[in-house]
Design a protein around this ligand. Structure first.
Ligand code: PMP
Length: 443
């Protein structure tokens, strides 16, 4: 039994074990589940499992529950929309869909008028971006980044390269994607201090020797790499990509599925560097948990799509749009500011922790998108994979839900309205979890 007052039973408890046994008979085993948390309900940053144990949720449904679990304003918006109608299809018009288009056009970081294509997930937003880029440029090649994650359907999967298991067994995906390294100052691949400049030079070399830039429709990049390890690129890198795209008539697509909608303390991560994309993809935090994605593009591009060029059945679903409208209002109305200030507090607490634990190689991120990379204590900064898994498992037993990314990075992505007190509580639980994982390793 845990010493933690939040944990009432041996984990997983009897009800959790029973549900997991039923699941094992009927649900695909492909979902990458790391520990046996079985959700009962949640409020804000707190969640309870079916056996009555309380946890702090610093994974937030993979950065989806941006306004916290069951925010009353989002729940009310969903109820009101559901009372009117559940679905009508994108063949017709309605208030919630247009309202979301207007909000996205207002906040879009293009510095120019923008329009949106609505869908249900991140991967569909990326598919739409790929199709739009091909359609308007008449070009078919793309540049993507090693460590990038953009989804698991055959177009987006062609770019996804954060783990080889995502590709293995599925054979050739969409042709035409060339991967280049993502600049990672903590793990430099190139000689010299400026990894961003080195990657830009590498792309220029590709353009000269193997990938004619006149055939490249777009460069697709995460402004902060998510699944690949919460890697923040060096200053100047995104601006350099923008300049390279402009030079060759290539479109710049920012995938903000994980980093967008207030997560980093700005509405979009790209705004930390003031670089404007041509196309942007959104999902996750956009709907507070309702399945919704959006491809937002400069108006002069997306308006080239003729009637019927791209569509779907559920795009603009009124309930998902109502959740997204309420979410954007809440994020603009204070949660984004909270992500910036509470995120800075969290970052400094984690940096204090890092001083006590040499296995913490780096703390990095922006706002409430923070990674803690764990390493073996050697010159090479060898990723401490097992330690990372053990810390996450111990955290679950101590009442803190976490997920990993990259090779050995613990990531923190709590709801944007997490409080300082919840952060302080999570840091205490994290310290205990680190101690236990290190003790197990040495014992
Ligand atoms: N892009 C990014 C940056 C992501 O992090 C993800 C999901 N982790 C996706 C796309 C795919 O989103 P979905 O799982 O909703 O298809």
């Amino acid at each position: 039994m845990s010493r933690n007052r939040n944990i009432q039973t041996e984990l997983p408890g009897p009800k959790a074990r029973a549900l997991i046994a039923r699941d094992a008979e009927v649900i695909s085993p492909s979902y990458p589940r790391d520990y046996p948390f079985v959700m009962s309900h949640g409020r804000g940053t707190q969640v309870w499992d079916v056996d009555g144990n309380r946890f702090l949720d610093f994974a937030a449904g993979i950065a989806v529950c941006s306004t916290g679990h069951a925010h009353p304003q989002v729940v009310q918006a969903v109820k009101d929309a559901a009372d009117r109608f559940l679905h009508i299809s994108s063949d017709y018009w309605h208030e919630q869909m247009v309202g979301l288009g207007e909000r996205l056009a207002r906040v879009a970081p293009m510095g120019a008028p923008a329009m949106s294509f609505l869908c249900q997930s991140g991967t569909e937003a990326v598919e739409a971006a790929i199709k739009l880029a091909r359609y308007v440029t008449g070009r078919s090649r793309f540049i993507g980044f090693l460590g990038g994650f953009h989804g698991r359907t055959m177009g987006s999967l062609a770019f996804t390269s954060s783990k080889y298991t995502q590709q293995k067994g599925f054979f050739a995906t969409m042709p035409g994607v060339t991967h280049v390294p993502y600049p990672n100052p903590y793990r430099p691949l190139f000689a010299g201090a400026d990894q961003g400049k080195a990657v830009l030079d590498y792309i220029r070399m590709l353009f000269e020797r193997s990938v004619p830039p006149s055939e490249v429709a777009a460069i697709l990049v995460e402004p902060i790499q998510g699944e690949g390890g919460y890697v923040v690129p060096p200053d100047g890198f995104l601006a350099g990509l923008r300049a390279l795209c402009d030079e060759h008539g290539i479109l710049l697509i920012f995938d903000e599925v994980q980093s967008g909608i207030g997560r980093t303390g700005r509405m979009f991560a790209s705004q930390h560097w003031g670089v404007q994309p041509d196309i942007m993809t959104l999902a996750k935090g956009l709907g507070s948990g309702l399945p919704i994605g959006a491809m937002v593009a400069r108006k002069h591009l997306i308006s080239q799509w003729k009637r019927g060029a791209h569509g779907n059945t559920y795009g603009g679903n009124p309930i998902a749009c109502a959740a997204a409208n309420a979410t954007i209002d809440l994020v603009e109305g204070g949660m984004m500011g909270n992500a910036a200030t509470v995120g800075a507090h969290f970052m400094s607490k984690l940096r204090d922790l890092a001083r006590d634990y040499p296995c913490i190689g780096e703390i990095r991120g922006k706002g409430l998108m923070i990674g803690m990379e764990l390493i073996e204590q050697d010159e090479e900064r060898t990723p401490a994979r097992k330690l990372c898994d053990d810390v996450i498992t111990r955290a679950y037993h101590n009442g803190l839900l976490l997920l990993s990314c990259g090779t050995s990075t613990v990531r923190f992505m709590p709801p944007l309205n997490v409080t300082r007190e919840e952060i302080d509580e999570a840091v205490v639980l994290l310290r205990t979890s680190l101690d236990e994982a290190l003790f197990e390793r040495e014992g």
